[in-house]
Design a protein around this ligand. Structure first.
Ligand code: SF4
Length: 349
């Protein structure tokens, strides 16, 4: 798919926009003041494939911890700051790689100027993060309630404030918990500016429902070529967010990471326990980082076709399966040996 052409912004060593691969980010849910716990969670997220990490900076003590956190992690660190511009100045002094602020809520132009000038001097990008749930009072009065147009107007006002002080190292996000509104906001914004987009559906829900909502929302936006970095927001362990992000990216052929499994839903023709086989294979290869496709199919109707097209696959028969590799059928294997043989073949690839 054709991606929108944007400026390129660099946070730490990660490029956002300018046709760089769509980058994957998350946010810690630990107390940032607790450096040990925060670093431990970031390391877990790094292992899962997180490429940029954001931490909340609710007060001065949290701001004073960012250099200690940054020293112990390997991915760029972004500070999420509201209301108090002194926190932004503090984290910039301590080597933060990116800021997420809304210039409109840090206390007037004098404060925006101070932050923009310091961020410019330190070469630190700013994400203007508009959220449908915290729009400015004037915009809510003008539009009656949160709308895509209101979010875009808010973002443009915030961007203008930064640009006034020669700051254009900007990433934009326009998040709402409603998918159609979010999609419309990004579409409208794409007509206005060429800054890269951070895409997400905010407050998407629990791991189960939020995964689906995020896949639909982020997937629709990405499918229109509009996203440059993404975050899935789930009420749960943030490591789950990374798993979901990569599944979304893999399904749109946007990033190769890990094995892509193609498996059928089974039906009355299936004569092996395909559900168990597919789940076991997925579990056993979850830490394999090869970019390959594995087809796990129940019978000869669609099985051989899908298995031949994948790097490796099986087509089920009566209590057995036929293994395919690189488009060729290899051998028949009894159903209770299928998982082990399939996993061995995948590891050999
Ligand atoms: S591949 Fe075979 S078992 Fe699987 S859904 Fe299709 S027809 Fe049914």
């Amino acid at each position: 798919m054709q991606r929108r052409s944007t400026k390129s912004v660099t946070m730490g060593d990660v490029k956002i926009g300018g046709q760089a691969p769509v980058s994957v980010q998350s946010m810690t849910n630990t107390d940032t003041r607790n450096v040990t716990e925060t670093v431990a969670q970031i390391k877990e997220l790094e292992d899962a494939g997180c490429e940029l990490i954001r931490v909340a900076i609710p007060d001065h003590e949290a701001a004073t911890k960012v250099d200690q956190i940054k020293a112990q992690i390997d991915i760029p660190l972004i500070a999420d700051i509201h209301f108090d511009h002194h926190l932004a100045l503090e984290v910039l002094e301590r080597g933060i790689d990116g800021l997420r602020i809304n210039p409109g809520n840090i206390g007037g132009e004098k404060n925006v100027k101070e932050v923009a000038e310091k961020a410019l001097a330190k070469d630190v990008p700013i994400r203007v993060g508009v959220n449908g749930g915290s729009l400015e009072k004037e915009l809510l009065e003008k539009y009656g309630h949160p709308t895509a147009e209101a979010m875009v107007e808010s973002a443009l006002n915030n961007i203008k404030l930064l640009e006034k002080y020669n700051f254009d190292d900007i990433v934009i996000s326009l998040k709402a918990s409603e998918v159609p509104m979010t999609l419309k906001a990004y579409q409208l914004m794409a007509e206005e500016v060429d800054y890269p987009f951070h895409v997400g559906i905010t407050e998407a829900g629990t791991v189960k429902s939020g995964t689906i909502k995020s896949a639909v929302g982020i997937g629709s936006i990405l499918a229109q070529g509009l996203g440059d970095t993404i975050r899935v927001s789930l009420t749960g362990n943030p490591v789950e967010e990374i798993r979901v992000v990569y599944e979304i990216l893999k399904s749109l052929n946007l990033r190769d990471k890990g094995v892509k499994i193609i498996s059928c839903p089974t039906c009355g023709r299936c004569e092996i326990d395909l559900v168990e086989i597919a789940n076991q294979v997925e579990e056993e290869i979850s830490d394999i980082n090869k970019s390959i496709e594995v087809a796990i199919m129940g019978c000869v109707v669609n099985g051989p076709g899908e298995a031949r097209e994948a790097d490796i696959g099986i087509a089920g028969g009566k209590n057995e399966g036929l293994i395919f590799k690189d488009g060729e059928s290899l051998r028949k294997v009894a159903s209770d040996e299928l998982v082990a043989e399939l996993v061995d073949e995948i590891k050999e690839l």
